[in-house]
Design a protein around this ligand. Structure first.
Ligand code: KDG
Length: 317
């Protein structure tokens, strides 16, 4: 079985393709390129590319997007034993614009999607015997009541079996019925995770400050063991009872698309921990993969193989 597992909603991504589509509103874009996406899928792709065994839990629709996702997961060597399917609901997809600066616009077609009909029953076969790390993201519990129940069941199992968890809040306000529900649920999940990895802006929404140390203290005071605050191009701020430091980011020549950088960061931290790296080196790897991610158009197409990662870390790429 696998050393790493996560649960999420995979999406087919249609990203604006070509220079002529830059800075257009989504409604005006004519040419799109198809990619595999979804925050948790992205993490699976990155962890698998670095040679770790990975299982991904979700529900797909019996439709062309579901087939595309299944084939893409197979190609990336991502285990699909815990993927259920339904003929009653469609697999979600999204459109993404292309911008010369800043973050692109995203439009989701995912309401009432197959993944939002995932239930606790879909976890019945789950075997966590060999799993060393579970990655949690705040998107899946936002999809529906049943997906949230299943997500909490996975947290309970991780706690019972003492499996290390990372949590990326991945705030998606459009998926929640209110800001209050989002903040309360996301913080509740964070308090039950071992390692919490918010971005600065997420910290501001979740606890009212954009000071990295205050964000870290907020979660450490609730019993979280380690907080890593993502600082974008500046790198990441790390704090636990024993340590406090900032790991600087990498220089990026040209930003092509910012989406997927946070998931790439998670890939670096998770694989670093799985390989027993010193925490600083694991976070440095996270910064490196985050930087590599923003230099390509899809969410996860910039994530490296081991060889590419080594070259990048040595400054050769
Ligand atoms: O982190 C990347 C994700 O934002 C993207 O792949 C789509 O999963 C997605 C989401 O819910 O926003």
């Amino acid at each position: 079985m696998s050393e790493f597992i996560t649960i999420g909603e995979p999406l087919t991504l249609f990203g604006a393709e070509g220079e002529s589509e830059t800075d257009k509103e989504i409604k005006d874009i004519n040419h799109f390129e198809k990619f595999l996406a979804g925050a948790e899928v992205n993490v699976c792709v990155g962890v698998s590319r670095l040679g770790h065994s990975v299982e991904y839990i979700t529900k797909l629709g019996e439709d062309p997007f579901g087939d595309f996702i299944k084939e893409s997961l197979d190609r990336e060597n991502i285990g699909t034993s815990y993927i259920s399917s339904t003929g009653d609901y469609f697999t979600g997809y999204q459109l993404k614009s292309k911008v010369s600066t800043g973050d692109p616009k995203i439009f989701y077609f995912r309401r009432n999607s197959a993944a939002s009909h995932f239930t606790v029953d879909d976890l019945q076969k789950l075997d966590l015997e060999d799993v060393k790390h579970i990655h949690l993201s705040g998107i899946f519990p936002a999809l529906s009541k049943t997906s949230r129940d299943a997500f909490y069941k996975l947290i309970e199992l991780a706690e019972e079996k003492n499996i290390r968890t990372t949590f990326d809040p991945n705030l998606r306000p459009q998926l929640w019925s209110s800001k209050e529900e989002m903040v309360n649920t996301i913080n509740d999940i964070a308090f039950r995770s071992d390692i919490v990895m918010p971005g600065i802006n997420e910290g501001l929404i979740l606890m009212g400050s954009d000071d990295p140390e205050k964000i870290a203290d907020f979660y450490l005071n609730k019993g979280v063991k380690l907080v890593i605050v993502k600082l974008g191009a500046k790198g990441a701020f790390v704090k636990s009872k024993e340590r406090m430091y900032t790991v600087p980011g990498f220089k990026v020549e040209k930003v092509v698309d910012t989406v997927g950088a946070g998931d790439g960061f998670a890939v670096g931290v998770i694989t670093g921990l799985l390989e027993g790296l010193d925490l600083k080196d694991a976070v440095r790897r996270g910064n490196a993969i985050g930087a590599m991610a923003v230099m390509s158009p899809g969410d996860n197409d910039g994530y490296p193989t081991r060889e590419k990662l080594e070259k990048f870390l040595k400054g050769e790429a």
